[in-house]
Design a protein. Sequence first.
Length: 369
Amino acid sequence: MSAGVPDSAIAAWSPDDNIDNTSDPRVRALSWAILAPNPHNRQPWLIELQGEHDVVVRIDSQRLLIHTDPFSRQILIGTGAMLGLMDIAAKQFGFNTETIWFEEGRFDRNSIDSKPVARVRFTRSNEKPNNDLFSYITRRRTVRSNYDINSPPSKILESALLSLDTNTINNRIIVKQPHIHLFDSVKRIAKEAWKIELTTPETYLENAQLLRVGSMEIAKHRDGISITSPLLVAFERFGLFDRDRFPPLESNIIKTQLKAFNETIDATPSFFVMTSFDNTRITQLMAGKTYVRAHLMATKYGFVMHPISQALQEFPEMSQLYSDIKQILISETFSSESTVQMLCRIGKPANGQAFPKPSPRRGLEAYYV
């Protein structure tokens, strides 16, 4: 059992090699859209091509995170990110997109169903493509390693990120100086939230069952969380890592993960925060569109990002930290419905940290219905 990510699992990251340039523009755009960041790499999208111009997107109910994301807020953000990349790619290929949200009715606040999330209509554009973010789609990575604590975002990147603000969505960067108390509070809450997610049986097991350990599993599933550590692959091979059993809290597997995450948080020069005025389903989707553009901008300027969403999760054991993070990050001018949609580390990888391979993707054909 090899530990590396096999090329077959990341073939989708070379969309030009997989899609004929003369093919349906919707298919071309979708081949780039599926590279969007999404929670736990669930890739929860069902896609239907209707007529000659439309793409209808639904949520795959078999790919939800029922414990860590019980109301599917993060799932909608990941779907918004996919739709955001579809818009960017369509423009690059000479097409405008018009989106109709929830044409058969919106999901309720607490669940989702099989109704369409979006109908995206492609129309030919007479404008010359002028979106430099497109070229960074295949370069974007979620980098979970240690960052250089002396390399917070540049002023030009910070300005670019703040330019993404809308009437509903607000972005900000938090650095240690001059925000030392806020910065330290975010670090503390992030660490405590990871401990809760890791030591709550339901969320631990949900995460564990989405691990793909070693190249054979990664190639088979092409989703979830890829594990390539030779040590963990060896543990799996010899039956020392049971993904169907919640380990004792004092076990090495719990202690090791807590220690590693805490070290990662300590090696963070700054945080990217996205808040919203309300928390409607459309706002969640728009948060995803905004986030993927922010991540592409960071990539453009030589920075990387890493969502740390544990404190934003809405399962019961997280309720106090969920309240705490909202209290410190949301402006008093916002409403009672205001929500922290994204919390991310942002910086540059520390010296010696390898740049990761992209996350696996199942390939465009897997999403069609």
